[in-house]
Ligand binder design. Structure first.
Ligand code: ZN
Length: 435
């Protein structure tokens, strides 16, 4: 294509030198081409290799619950960075949303719907109305629209399966003034839970059986309970607006603001919060929206998912098995990680990728990215970039090698992404421990 273009341009140039008339025509064509380009992508054309689905995490589910993480992601996009940035991300809310989903699966054998924007809020904020407040580029506009298309699809599925349900938007503020605030637009007329209010009354939601009352009972500061300071009216603007815009659409919505410093920074505390929020929502939805079969004994077995990532740990750097992009040793030791997966049925693993929050680095078993070499014991699974790692069922453990060992800084956040054939990617984030 490039070659053809070049021949055309050079040809046209030669032509232009030969005749003033042709030169005029050529000039006009160039101007026309520029005008057409500007009209087609007023915000800047998206590079062809960018795929919307790479920047979204979407899980369909059978529960009458939709989890949304609008700006907890840290992925970078190779486009011009908005200056000033569009926003700062809600730290750890993507991880929290993933943990809440996993807990729901463990307790019911069923998944909630989940829609997460993985891109750093510096580039896009889906929690704002459409337009330049939310994105500055054609590609981020596409991402914005894809986010709402996924939310709409989830709302439609929940409605057709259960008649009603609850959308939950997950946010955080590092120094938020209270553990948990629950935004529903605290004015009956504009509230985002019209269906609940219609059937059970406003007081029931604000009472001990509401979401806030149940979380207060689990030891959290919640406005309206005990002597907690008042929480303000934080309520997710665009998505929840959509819930109330056309009146009661039959599905309610609420927004959580979590105090990051106390509830999210520590990994164990975050897991505890995820369990508490998941259990609270399941009980609440079960009582007021649609019946959910909840196991009395939460098991760790997440049925319904193709692949489960059980564990990921840094094992140290002792051997030289590769260079940055190939299986050729380069004289420096490589970082080794262990990864444990479970697959319910025989499933072909197409790709394993590692990303580190706050960086644009990616390591993967297939291009793009720095190479990950995969071993099972001493058996190499790949000796270069591959399209598949083979099929597995039951539990499988792998050793992953990457070229550098700078990346194993304790405290850094690593996201493991496993792409099974015929399923959506499974992601899980871990804080790197000491080694
Ligand atoms: Zn937020």
């Amino acid at each position: 294509m490039n070659l053809v273009l070049r021949i055309l341009v050079v040809g046209a140039g030669v032509w232009a030198c030969l005749s003033p008339f042709v030169w005029l025509v050529f000039c006009n064509m160039v101007i026309l081409a520029l005008v057409v380009t500007a009209w087609a992508c007023p915000l800047g054309c998206a590079p062809a290799e960018l795929k919307v689905s790479d920047y979204q995490e979407v899980h369909e589910g059978e529960l009458p619950i939709i989890l949304e993480s609008p700006h907890g992601g840290m992925m970078e996009i190779p486009i011009t960075r908005p200056d000033p940035p569009i926003g700062g991300y809600d730290k750890y809310t993507l991880e929290l949303t993933q943990l809440i989903r996993e807990r729901m699966i463990a307790r019911t054998g069923k998944s909630p719907e989940m829609v997460a924007m993985l891109v750093n809020r510096e580039f896009i904020d889906v929690n704002r109305g459409a337009g330049t407040n939310a994105y500055h580029h054609e590609f981020t506009k596409q991402l914005y629209e894809a986010h709402y298309a996924a939310i709409d699809a989830a709302l439609a599925r929940v409605k057709s399966r259960h008649g009603t349900g609850l959308l939950v938007s997950i946010h955080s503020g590092w120094n938020y003034h209270v553990h948990i605030a629950i935004g529903v637009n605290h004015a009956e007329k504009w509230c985002t839970i019209p269906r609940f209010v219609e059937r059970h009354g406003w007081d029931a939601f604000q009472g001990t059986n509401g979401v806030g009352g149940r979380l207060f009972a689990r030891g959290y500061q919640v406005p309206g309970f005990g002597n907690a300071p008042s929480g303000g009216d934080k309520a997710g603007v665009p998505i929840l607006t959509r819930c109330r815009k056309s009146g009661n659409i039959g599905i309610d919505g609420l927004q959580f603001e979590f105090q990051g410093r106390t509830l999210l920074a520590d990994v164990k505390r975050r897991q505890q919060l995820a369990n508490d929020v998941a259990d609270t929502l399941l009980d609440f939805v079960n009582e007021y929206y649609a019946s959910i079969p909840i196991k009395s004994n939460p098991s760790a077995d997440p049925m319904g998912a193709n692949v489960v990532i059980d564990a990921f740990t840094y094992e140290g750097a002792n051997e030289d098995r590769m260079s940055k992009n190939s299986a050729k040793p380069d004289g420096t030791v490589d970082a080794r990680f262990s990864l444990s997966l479970r697959a319910e049925t025989n499933v072909n693993i197409r790709r394993i990728a590692l990303t580190i929050q706050g960086t644009s680095n990616m390591m993967a078993t297939g291009a793009p990215g720095w190479l990950i070499r995969v071993f099972q014991g001493e058996r190499p699974i790949n000796t270069g970039y591959v399209d598949t790692l083979g099929s597995y069922s039951g539990s499988a453990s792998f050793d992953l090698y990457v070229n550098d060992n700078w990346c194993s800084d304790p405290g850094s956040l690593w996201t493991v992404t496993v792409m099974p054939e015929g399923g959506s990617p499974v992601r899980r984030t871990w804080t790197m421990g000491q080694k």
